[in-house]
Design a protein around this ligand. Structure first.
Ligand SMILES: [Zn+2]
Length: 317
């Protein structure tokens, strides 16, 4: 938590009332924000010490600013734990303005989300699926990529991507955050993919039927596309692998889970799931992969005090 002294006049009663209201009511575009109790007066210096730069600035009608490189270095450090291979060129993919005062998060980097971020006056867009991937052809031969890059660059928008590290992160990752939301406890990393565990597995305190658990998943993520009842009727141990997590079926026995919650399930994984005897709940690629960027948004807001918006652009997959 940043502590910053700001030289402002001792607040009036009306200001204090507004600050107290903001401390308990303000939400940022659907992202719940943990707001510390506000206003510790230091009469001697006629200063107000507020442990949240964003709300201080918001109340004073100013916006917080952070150096782009400081923010990017902090993000890079946070995701440096990941040692697996990843085709995504993780990190800062598009360099825009050097100062960031608004941040947007989105699952995918696409024209729609880039335009949304710019419309929301963001200087930085943090995504799970970025624009730059290993093995992709040259930029000049890719018209979509050229258009997206040009739009971001013209608007001065920085674009930052974390792919597999944002699935695997132990606090901010898609899988651990979704696992908690589904009521799983004792969550630990699971299922090695290209040298690193990217999924999480946990257990339900009270086993429930597969149909009841599918309903819980649908309620939390918005929908369930398919349920493959190839495991036990009662769900006890669950692995969560957002996105294309079908490869996890082969870990069901060795990792000891009976049910797999996955984003997109492939035709080619169907018989494997059947033969490994594991239930599969397909909950949508998009719907399982917005959790991580939203957690990163909250993380940025708490540390740097810049407001966050989430650009929602569901794909239906
Ligand atoms: Zn994905």
């Amino acid at each position: 938590m940043m502590l910053k002294k700001l030289e402002v006049p001792t607040p009036s009663k009306a200001f204090e009332k507004m600050a107290r209201w903001a401390a308990t009511h303000v939400k940022s575009n659907g992202l719940n924000v943990a707001i510390p109790t506000i206003l510790e007066k230091q009469h001697r210096h006629r200063m107000v010490r507020i442990p949240n730069v964003f709300f201080q600035n918001k109340l004073m009608g100013m916006s917080a600013m952070v150096n782009r490189n400081v923010l990017v270095n902090a993000l890079d450090a946070e995701f440096s734990f990941f040692k697996g291979a990843d085709k995504s060129k993780n990190g800062l993919q598009v360099k825009g303005l050097k100062t960031v005062s608004n941040v947007a998060v989105a699952c995918d980097a696409a024209l729609e989300t880039i335009e949304g971020a710019v419309a929301a006056k963001a200087d930085l867009l943090v995504v799970h699926h970025g624009l730059l991937w290993e093995g992709a052809g040259p930029i000049r031969t890719d018209p979509l990529l050229r258009k997206r890059l040009a739009f971001a660059k013209n608007a001065g928008l920085n674009l930052y991507a974390q792919h597999l590290p944002l699935d695997a992160h132990p606090k901010l990752g898609n899988n651990v955050v979704l696992g908690h939301a589904l009521g799983l406890s004792d969550l630990v990393p699971a299922c090695v993919h290209d040298g690193a565990k990217v999924a999480f597995k946990g257990r339900l305190e009270k086993p429930v039927s597969l149909s009841a658990f599918s309903k819980t998943v649908a309620k939390k993520v918005g929908d369930v596309y398919a349920v493959l009842p190839f495991g036990p009727q009662m769900v006890k141990r669950v692995a969560v692998c957002s996105g294309s997590g079908g490869f996890c079926t082969s870990f069901a026995k060795t990792e000891g889970f009976d049910t797999l919650v996955v984003g997109e399930f492939k035709h080619s994984d169907y018989h494997a799931a059947k033969e490994f005897g594991v239930n599969v709940i397909e909950a949508g690629h998009y719907n399982t992969e917005v959790w991580g960027v939203q957690a990163v948004g909250r993380w940025i807001e708490a540390r740097f005090g810049v407001p966050i918006v989430c650009v929602n652009a569901p794909t239906g997959y």
